[in-house]
Design a protein around this ligand. Structure first.
Ligand SMILES: CC(C)(COP(=O)(O)OP(=O)(O)OC[C@H]1O[C@@H](n2cnc3c(N)ncnc32)[C@H](O)[C@@H]1OP(=O)(O)O)[C@@H](O)C(=O)NCCC(=O)NCCS
Length: 294
């Protein structure tokens, strides 16, 4: 153990617990208007006031607290499931803007608040999920998270094509994980590729994981690396592109995600204008041949 246990005074802890239980109950209730709930909470966290009061004093600021009055990037993509997105959008807006508030800078309250939101946004989330401030997602509803997974500061998880993180996976500060890619030839030709991060994987500071890669259990990605290909179990990979550099010597632990045998969900084309399937490396080869001919 290298982490200390920290406690805060009971009165604050009790107030936080009852606030979070109450909020969770509201989110479990299908009759709750999530847009109104979001704007009211943001008025409290950001302006220490009610929504109605902020609307009178600063109408433009108030209108932008309401998820119905704002757009997020994912809404512009034809591939987004608008029914699923409508359910999670108010909670994504709440998460991102809560993260700009003083309350969000507290690990104690911030982690519990985001853990509760994750339950209502992600496709699946296990026990003890921890997210520090500044995380962003594409749609949130295509993200599957196991037990004891941690997102450190400012991670970006583009889950539009599906991302799975298994138990104990950790994304360090400023890590980017992608699940879609654009053709080098035609930008609107988008392929959705499921990205899998195995159990106990550590993707360290500022690394980028490209769409469709599989990081096997117990692998580790060095800082600033770009993962373009699958990584085998127990492997430490780093560099641009990330190459296997070390192997952790381990006993015969059980490995569930092993990129050498793992069957990745099929890639999907996001844009019906480009139905023909080509992998991005085929597209890059075609582009290279075209350039050589010129
Ligand atoms: C992957 C990592 C642990 C490798 O560390 P290491 O095995 O001690 O490697 P070394 O420091 O001995 O470096 C070996 C060589 O690789 C190079 N190197 C190390 N990390 C590198 C990286 N991320 N990218 C490119 N080159 C790297 C070194 O410069 C050195 O090169 P040289 O042989 O030409 O001198 C380290 O790069 C890393 O990313 N640490 C991240 C820390 C961490 O755990 N963060 C998460 C906290 S939440």
């Amino acid at each position: 153990m290298w982490l200390e246990t920290r406690t805060i005074p009971n009165d604050a802890q009790d107030a936080f617990t009852s606030f979070l239980e109450d909020l969770n109950a509201k989110l479990e209730n299908a009759d709750t208007n999530r847009n109104e709930l979001c704007r009211e909470l943001l008025a409290q966290f950001l302006h220490a006031s009610s929504y109605a009061d902020v609307l009178t004093r600063a109408p433009i600021a108030a209108l932008n607290l309401d998820p119905r009055n704002i757009t997020l990037e994912a809404e512009y993509y034809t591939t987004v499931d608008l029914v699923k997105f409508a359910k999670v959008k108010p909670l994504l807006w709440l998460w991102y803007n809560f993260d700009l508030s003083p309350a969000a800078q507290s690990v104690e309250f911030g982690v519990r608040f985001r853990r509760m939101l994750a339950k209502h946004i992600f496709k699946r989330v296990g026990e003890n999920f921890k997210a520090f401030p500044g995380a962003q997602f594409s749609v949130g509803y295509n993200l599957e998270v196991g037990n004891n997974v941690t997102f450190h500061r400012n991670v970006l998880v583009d889950d539009i094509g599906g991302v799975t993180l298994h138990d104990r996976a950790s994304l360090s500060d400023f890590v980017n994980v992608y699940s879609h890619t654009h053709s080098p030839l035609e930008t609107p030709d988008v392929t959705l590729k499921h990205t899998t991060i195995g159990a106990g994987v550590r993707v360290t500071y500022h690394a980028t994981v490209l769409a469709g890669t599989t990081l096997s259990d117990d692998s580790m990605i060095g800082t600033m690396s770009v993962v373009t290909k699958d990584i085998a179990p127990h492997t430490v990979a780093f560099g641009i592109p990330a190459k296997p550099q070390r192997e952790k010597i381990r006993g015969d632990g059980s490995i569930q995600v092993d990129s050498r045998v793992f069957v990745r969900p099929k890639d999907r084309k996001a844009n019906p204008d480009y139905p023909e399937f080509k992998t991005s490396s085929e597209q890059t080869r075609a582009l290279r041949e075209l350039s050589l001919k010129r």
